[in-house]
Write a new protein. Structure first.
Length: 485
């Protein structure tokens, strides 16, 4: 009798325990939800009662639906219905890890069902706190492809492929998938066709810089300005051109330096990978002064001669985005006083959703013209590759962003592919860095302000070898226009 009393006591206590774990009834619950909520408290071991409560809670009350589906899964020992139906409610409340775990369990229960593969892809594409949306899209693409292998005639699978490709930057492939889904009678949503539509973009920017520049006779003050224009065609190819002019007013004893640059570029890109070719032409004019010893003294007669110099750069780069973005670039430069080359390897990794960190290793070399003409083996620094590196970070939000870079190690006449700038014709960089702030008040308009520091080594034939600093402040404005079809 005593044993029976204990058993009965436990049976009576069980409903109270289950009821205590159940989320409270929402204030706006309808009659069906109230009835289902009351049923699970009266019959806590009834699988059907918990399923009915989960369905009554629906999308309006995800916390209650999660609790009901979880209890139903425990009572059933685990089945596809109770496991798969936890995914979307968990995503709606931000439980990404729980949703991904439930989707994995559901897919494992029946590996032959394409819809469960798509459900797992939907859970995986949501980035967790320390992940990036692009890496999440890569993870989600695998189950989506598995779903296609299982059921290539399903319009839902083609919709999933379309959204997966779109998140990976494959706009053309996404459009084909959405068209295939429509041909099979599917509906991927009204925003699908618009999102995957072929987009042509026109963009233009202009900027102005003020700089202080070291010369043999002291610091010169200069101004620089430029205009960039380009177009992206169907998210597959880009064309661009940049014109820039610089004037440096040097201290007494030397004439002003004027430099003009013209850059042109063309690139192809698809699904996070691409290639770019670039050519640049530079012309520089400066004044050389001569006179007898002590000619720079008071009353001395000084004559000047204008020196014209030119340079041509041809280069290219390749890049691809997987878990990280990796780039490889190289360039060949020909100057009046010699020739140079450079090669660089770079990588960037999204650490947090708004934060990206990057690193770069680069080799630059330059051979003097006389070494080339005489066929001599370059000695000293002429012709020898110089190794340098850089680290960078960028924090971007919807309407603003800030980026910073620090460079270290020697460089000789480098070319910045991502930001064509005045490269030096005689002196060598030994380090530097910069910071840029960008604002986007409108979708088609962005503003930028930046500061850059270059540490410059005086030429080897100068009276003394020293490190000077160049300071540059830049303000810019850019616009972008889209043409969709």
């Amino acid at each position: 009798m005593r044993l029976r009393m204990i058993t009965l006591c436990c049976m009576l206590a069980a409903p109270a325990a289950w009821a205590a774990d159940l989320p409270p009834l929402p204030a706006d619950a309808d009659e069906a939800l109230k009835a289902a909520h009351a049923d699970v408290q009266r019959f806590p071991q009834d699988y059907g009662a918990w399923v009915a409560l989960a369905r009554a809670a629906g999308d309006a009350h995800p916390d209650l639906a999660i609790a009901a589906w979880t209890e139903a899964e425990a009572l059933s020992g685990g089945n596809i219905e109770t496991t798969a139906n936890q995914v979307m409610p968990r995503l709606s409340v931000g439980d990404v890890a729980g949703a991904q775990d439930a989707a994995a369990r559901a897919a494992a229960l029946d590996p032959t069902r394409a819809d469960l593969k798509l459900l797992r892809a939907e859970a995986l594409r949501h980035a967790e706190g320390k992940g990036s949306l692009y890496r999440a899209a890569i993870r989600a693409h695998g189950p989506t492809q598995e779903a296609y292998a299982l059921d290539p005639a399903s319009p839902e699978v083609w919709c999933g492929l379309g959204w997966s490709r779109l998140r990976l930057g494959n706009t053309v492939g996404a459009r084909k998938a959405f068209d295939e889904a429509a041909a099979l009678g599917g509906d991927c949503g009204g925003s699908a066709t618009e999102a995957a539509g072929l987009v042509h973009r026109l963009y233009a920017s202009t900027w102005a810089s003020g700089l202080r520049y070291p010369t043999l006779t002291g610091l010169g003050v200069g101004v620089s300005g430029g205009v960039h224009a380009g177009a992206t065609l169907a998210d597959l190819a880009s064309l661009g051109a940049t014109v820039r002019g610089t004037r440096i007013a040097t201290p007494p004893g030397a004439g002003p330096v004027r430099q003009k640059e013209l850059w042109a570029s063309a690139s192809v890109h698809h699904a996070g990978a691409g290639a770019q070719a670039m050519v640049g032409r530079l012309s520089l004019s400066s004044s050389a002064f001569s006179g007898p010893p002590g000619a720079f003294g008071p009353g001395a007669q000084i004559s000047s001669e204008v020196i014209e110099e030119t340079a041509t750069v041809v280069g290219g780069r390749l890049w691809g985005s997987w878990w990280a973005s990796v780039g490889l670039e190289g360039a060949r430069s020909v100057y009046d006083d010699g020739a140079g080359w450079q090669a660089a390897l770079s990588a960037s990794l999204p650490v947090l959703e708004p934060l990206t960190l990057g690193a770069r290793a680069q080799l630059t070399a330059f051979t003097d013209a006389e070494d080339i003409t005489e066929g001599l083996v370059a000695t000293g620094e002429s012709g020898q590759p110089l190794l340098s590196g850089a680290v960078s970070g960028a924090w971007h939000q919807a309407r603003w962003g800030v980026s910073a870079e620090a460079r270290f190690g020697p460089e000789i006449r480098p070319v910045r592919f991502d930001d064509a700038y005045v490269w030096n014709l005689s002196q060598r960089l030994v380090g530097g860095g910069g910071v840029t702030l960008s604002l986007r008040p409108k979708d088609a308009l962005s503003l930028s302000a930046g500061y850059q520091l270059n540490l410059i080594r005086t030429p080897l034939d100068a009276p003394t070898v020293d490190i000077e600093s160049q300071h540059t402040l830049t303000l810019g404005i850019a616009g972008q226009w889209e043409i969709r079809r």
